[in-house]
Ligand binder design. Structure first.
Ligand SMILES: [Zn+2]
Length: 480
């Protein structure tokens, strides 16, 4: 069958990629055409053939967003549970005492992933790095979602736990780490052969403190041999910073550098507790330089941390040093535009400087920064030859008015309410603000039921056997 050409005419605003200046630019009134899954025109006055025409007068056309760090299998169910939950005796983190005890069962996992994929599409995400513990049906659902998906199956040599809420211990099983990496490599190879042509994989040892040095070295070797990108959680908590300095006398970043993990194919999530951070009082000042020199990237997910008072210090400084930064929704809501607003505002807060980072910088991170992390130069931008991954926002939506500056207005005011149509790989997956490929409402209902089931299980896993209402009391007292 011949490939069809679609043209969007006279876009009110079009955000095009200027390769000469290496930046996005506004092109008001421009046309965008794509044939099959590839953009064939991006600029004024398209006069080639067209099988389908879309009136762009009330639309801002922008590149689909690249979300480089998300956990769709587990995080959606935490809504109403862990927004304000952390352990004061464990550096405010929720990772050790609370994350391991509230887990979805099989049906809950599938429902959560479907909800997350829907929310992500509705907030303009077209490429997703899905960091999950492998589950049945994962690849099939990600393919069905219509997203451009990167499966990042987690594996590790230890699990962490706390026996008392103030000490973190590690339960080591090195064989499980090796088996997990083998399974991950198989899943990645399968994803790369998916008939959709939209799936890829990323090698993802879970956390710096739960993987042996040997496992990380072997992961690095496998990634180099197979041409894979890698990602790991590191510098994400005070507990982990102290654990790594206790084990090695080096900061997490310095240790990753020493064992050869840092490089252009490596992304570090979340890179908050570096040697300069005000909470760690460490003597060196070289972590940011190591990231910049090695070309490693940072996965920045501000929302999940700042809810617990934890702040990256600061985004503008990372960018000024030439570090590649991508943005991800590490937790619910799976709303990329919301995460971008957090990144901008918190960049100002952490620097105490309104000019430290600007909306254009954040947009660059959420598009080009993400594309770099997944190792692609044909997404995250609207340009001839790039993939037709597009988001159309309604510039006549009341939330987008007054309409002086559409990108700031979308991020700071309208958010996902204004997203109307989304195309991935030339296929429409959102129309009139509704996901076409999945059943959002049905999945949300199933996820709600899964949350009730998980509430019954959590006290059994808690070190103090507390009820759910003791662990996470409602925000107001409940009265008859
Ligand atoms: Zn994460």
């Amino acid at each position: 069958m011949a490939k069809e050409t679609t043209v969007i005419r006279n876009a009110r605003w079009l955000i095009a990629w200027d390769a000469n200046e290496n930046r996005h630019v506004f092109r008001p009134g421009a046309d965008l055409a794509f044939r099959g899954n590839e953009i064939t025109h991006c600029g004024p006055s398209y006069d080639g053939p067209a099988d389908r025409e879309i009136d762009g007068r009330d639309r801002m056309v922008m590149p689909g967003l690249v979300n480089i760090h998300s956990h769709p299998m587990s995080e959606p169910m935490n809504k109403g549970y862990n927004e304000e939950l952390g352990s004061p005796a464990l550096g405010m983190s929720g990772l050790y005492e609370y994350m391991p005890i509230f887990r979805p069962d099989g049906p809950g996992t599938a429902a959560g992933a479907e909800v997350a994929y829907c929310e992500l599409l509705l907030s303009g995400v077209t490429t997703l790095v899905d960091i999950s513990v492998p589950w049945d049906g994962w690849q099939a659902l990600l393919a069905k979602s219509g997203l451009r998906g990167v499966l990042a199956p987690m594996f590790r040599s230890a699990r962490w736990y706390t026996p008392n809420g103030h000490e973190v211990l590690y339960d080591w099983d090195e064989a499980a780490g090796r088996a997990g990496m083998e399974q991950a490599l198989n899943l990645i190879e399968r994803a790369r052969q998916d008939p959709s042509g939209r799936l890829d994989g990323m090698l993802t040892p879970s956390q710096i403190d739960t993987c042996t040095e040997e496992l990380l070295r072997d992961a690095g070797a496998e990634a180099r041999q197979r041409g894979l990108q890698m990602q790991i959680h590191a510098s994400q908590s005070i507990v982990e910073f102290n654990e790594m300095t206790r084990r090695h006398g080096l900061t997490p970043i310095q240790w990753l550098h020493k064992i050869g993990f840092l490089g252009e194919n490596a992304t570090i999530a979340h890179c908050i507790f570096l040697d300069h951070h005000s909470w760690v009082r460490w003597s060196t000042r070289k972590d940011l330089d190591l990231l910049a020199e090695t070309g490693a990237s940072v996965a920045h997910c501000p929302n999940v941390f700042v809810r617990r008072g934890i702040l990256l210090e600061h985004l503008g400084d990372y960018l000024a040093r030439g570090i590649n930064v991508g943005i991800g929704t590490d937790t619910f809501p799976h709303n990329m535009l919301d995460e971008m607003r957090w990144a901008g505002v918190l960049g100002h807060v952490a620097a105490q400087d309104v000019d430290a980072v600007k909306t254009g910088d954040v947009f660059h991170c959420a598009t080009i920064g993400g594309a770099n992390i997944v190792g692609r130069d044909d997404i995250g931008r609207l340009a001839v030859g790039a993939k037709a991954d597009l988001v159309l926002a309604d510039t006549s939506h009341p939330a987008m008015l007054p309409g002086r500056e559409p990108l700031r207005t979308l991020i700071y005011s309208a958010q996902d309410r204004a997203v109307r149509e989304v195309y991935v790989d030339g296929q429409q997956v959102v129309d009139n603000g509704k996901v076409l490929t999945m059943n959002h409402a049905d999945a949300a209902g199933r996820l709600d039921e899964a949350q009730r089931r998980a509430e019954l299980e959590a006290p059994k896993l808690d070190w103090a056997k507390r009820s759910m209402d003791e662990i996470s009391p409602p925000s107001l007292p409940v009265r008859p």
